[in-house]
Structures are given as structure tokens and as C-alpha cells.
Design a protein around this ligand. Structure first.
Ligand code: BJ8
Length: 382
């Protein structure tokens, strides 16, 4: 489906210029960090004078190579991310052009699959693992995470030779908050009925959030918002849908595509390629390290326990965006999001908001079956 929003071309055509920019930076000696997760603060990376690029895999074609080393029955995001690195390092096929540009991968201790994959990844790529408290609400968690962030700051100083000063950190916090405010503007426009942009289009934008530089990303989002404020939206009359669950890394658009093909109108995503990345801002008026630690511990990721804030956020978003139903999306073998579904489902049931659970991988073999289930769901909630 061709979009009427011209500003989306900026994101579609951004790949080559961003890769060229990173190559140039490396030639000048600027270090580039690869990341896999929202818990790794960009603010610290940029404050150290480095750049960053996302390494999360959303493509199916890197999975067979990964399965030569990893079990088949683990999450496709883990396999795809790993396969892209191995491919680039060993086969020279460069399935992921990001990998050769990266000096170090900064990973994070989230789910078991990722943690164990990172151990093997370090055979191919220098890998630093940021530890995370698993009970973010406990009194000791903030202190521990603060010490982890400071350690990471020291690591970045060693990598780049630059000091991570409080001033630089505050500057990067303000910059990241500016991006978050812009995304609030974009998502605010989606509350309209009908919304001026499709969910699959927003996903393409959000997949570029940790690929482009902050300035480039803001430029694109700002142009897009300006255009959205003036276009007459295409008539979209189907049920308003929220997607909630696992992130959809670049290359993975299957479920939103099917929802829209079937006539659903996606108005918001509660995921790391949706609201989770930008909903909460970092306090700009306090010690920057503490402010970062507090904000990052608030990320409502299912790897944490308990994760009440996610359940509350989903209900709140469902009301704010006046959704008729929630498609709960789990990547195959992601136990954290899969198990947490029950609590989400119960909370939504109290509000009389129906939920459809979809568990899928990066293959196409279940497309038809997912289509049938989504069709039935949309019919039920229409
Ligand atoms: S903050 S959601 S990006 S950990 S890899 S947990 S899908 S089994 S990606 Fe994530 Fe950070 Fe949390 Fe977001 Fe499940 Fe797969 Fe693990 Fe995954």
C-alpha cells in the first residue's frame, strides 16, 4: 500500500547515508557501539563522543547460520542478531552492514537467551555486558544500577579516550528528551479518528530510532509530524488496535502488515519499537547519573519482576487511544512476554477490552493462519 505521506521517504532512503556517515566517523577515529536493547543508555555513549547503531536482528535469512551454534528453540530475535554478526565476521556475506562498523557490542543482562548468546557473541565481537537489577522496584536496585552505569561510563572513557563529564551527560539527556517529546507529538496525532498514519508506517520510523543519529531521526520525525498535521487522513474505518509485546526489529513487520491488510487500524504500540522507548523522560534538573538510572529502571520490560507498571501502562494506553482490542504479540520462545500475557489479559478484561494473543517467528509459514485469527478477532470487536 503506497503511503500518501511524502516525509516517510526520508526514513526509507536513510540507510545509505547513515552507513556512509558511520564509515566516515570511523575513519576519523570515532568509536561506534552496537546495541541490542533499550536498557543501554545512548546518553552515555554520546557523552563519551562515540556513536551507536542498533544490532537487533529482525530478518529470517540470518537464522540458519545462527542455528549452527545456537539451539533452534530460542527466540528468533536472538538467533537473527547472532546470525548477522557471525555472517559478517565469518562468511563475509554482510547480511548486516552494521556489524563491520562496530568497535564493540554493548549488551545487557536481560533475558536468559540473550545473556547466554552474548557469551558466544564475544568470540566474534568485543562485547561489554551491562548488568541490570532484576527487581527494579527494590530499594537496592537504584544504587546498584547507578554503580553499573558509572562503570559503563568508565568503560566508554577507556574506549574513546574522552571523559564522560556531567555537562556532556546533561547535554545528551536534553537531546534524548527532545527526541522523546517529538515522538509524543507523533503518537499524539495518532489519537485522531481516523489516524493520519498507518501503524506499519510508524513501525518503519521507530525501527530507525536507534539506527539514525539523534539529529537525523528528529529531522525526519519533525517533518513527518508537520505533514501529518496538514494531511487529510485516508478513510480508515476498521477497529482501533493496540499492539503490545515483543519488539519488532527491522525486517520484522509481519503482524502489523497482516492486521492492516485485514482492515484493522493500528493506533499505538506498547513495545520497545513503540511507546516503551520514549514515554518517560529523564529528569533534567538533578544529578544526571541518578536521573538516568531512575529513568532506565522504569522501562516496563517483561524481563523484570514484578512488572506492574507495564500492565498499568497497557490499560492506560488502551483508554487514551480508545482501542477496540489489543493484539498481544510474542516472539516464539520468549517466555517473559508470553507468561506476562495472563496478567495483561486479566487487567484488560476488567476494562472489557478484548485481547488476541499471537505467537510467531520470522518465517512466513504461519501467515495464513495468523490472517484467519486476526480476521475473526476484527470481526468480533467491530
Ligand atoms: S527492554 S523487550 S529490547 S530486553 S530477546 S526478551 S523477545 S526472548 S528483546 Fe528486549 Fe530490552 Fe526488554 Fe526491550 Fe523475549 Fe527475545 Fe529475550 Fe527479547
Amino acid at each position: 500500500m503506497a503511503s500518501s505521506l511524502q516525509s516517510l521517504d526520508f526514513f526509507k532512503n536513510s540507510y545509505e547515508f547513515r552507513i556512509a556517515q558511520l564509515k566516515e566517523e570511523r575513519e576519523k577515529g570515532i568509536k561506534v557501539v552496537g546495541t541490542f536493547c533499550l536498557y543501554v543508555p545512548d546518553e552515555i555513549i554520546f557523552a563519551a563522543g562515540a556513536d551507536r547503531i542498533v544490532l537487533c536482528g529482525g530478518r529470517a535469512d540470518t537464522i540458519p547460520l545462527a542455528e549452527q551454534s545456537l539451539p533452534r528453540n530460542i527466540c528468533p530475535l536472538i538467533k537473527s542478531s547472532f546470525g548477522a554478526v557471525v555472517d559478517a565476521c565469518c562468511e563475509g556475506n554482510l547480511a548486516c552492514a552494521h556489524v563491520p562498523l562496530v568497535d564493540v557490542a554493548v549488551a545487557e543482562a536481560t533475558c536468559d537467551g540473550k545473556k547466554k548468546m552474548y557469551e558466544i557473541l564475544s568470540d566474534y565481537l568485543p562485547t561489554y555486558v551491562l548488568d541490570l537489577p532484576q527487581k527494579p522496584g527494590s530499594p537496592e536496585a537504584l544504587e546498584y544500577f547507578l554503580s553499573e552505569l558509572r562503570k559503563f561510563g568508565k568503560f566508554m572513557e577507556g574506549l574513546t579516550g574522552n571523559v564522560v563529564s556531567n555537562d556532556a551527560l546533561k547535554r545528551e539527556i536534553r537531546s534524548a528528551n527532545e527526541t522523546k517529546r517529538l515522538l509524543h507529538r507523533l503518537f499524539g496525532l495518532r489519537r485522531h479518528d481516523p489516524p493520519p498514519i498507518r501503524g506499519s508506517e510508524v513501525l518503519q520510523v521507530m525501527q530507525k530510532q536507534f539506527f539514525l543519529s539523534p539529529e537525523q531521526f528528529r529531522q525526519g520525525v519533525s517533518q513527518l509530524c508537520n505533514e501529518m498535521e496538514h494531511v487529510t487522513p485516508d478513510a480508515r474505518t476498521g477497529p482501533r488496535i493496540m499492539i503490545s509485546g515483543c519488539p519488532m526489529a527491522a525486517g520484522n513487520t509481519k503482524v502489523p502488515d497482516i492486521i492492516e491488510e485485514k482492515g484493522g487500524v493500528i493506533v499505538v504500540e506498547e513495545s520497545c519499537t513503540g511507546t516503551r522507548s520514549f514515554w518517560d523522560l529523564v529528569d533534567e534538573d538533578t544529578d544526571p547519573w541518578t536521573a538516568l538510572a531512575k529513568r532506565y529502571l522504569e522501562i516496563p520490560c517483561a524481563c523484570m519482576t514484578p512488572n506492574d507498571q507495564r500492565v498499568a501502562r497497557i490499560v492506560d494506553l488502551a483508554k487514551q487511544y480508545e482501542v477496540h482490542g489489543v493484539v498481544y504479540y510474542t516472539l516464539q520462545f520468549c517466555h517473559a512476554y508470553n507468561i506476562e500475557r495472563l496478567r495483561v489479559q486479566r487487567a484488560l478484561k476488567k476494562e472489557k477490552i478484548p485481547l488476541l494473543a499471537i505467537e510467531s517467528d520470522y518465517g512466513d509459514s504461519d501467515r495464513e493462519q495468523i490472517g484467519i485469527r486476526i480476521d475473526a478477532f476484527l470481526e468480533m470487536i467491530a
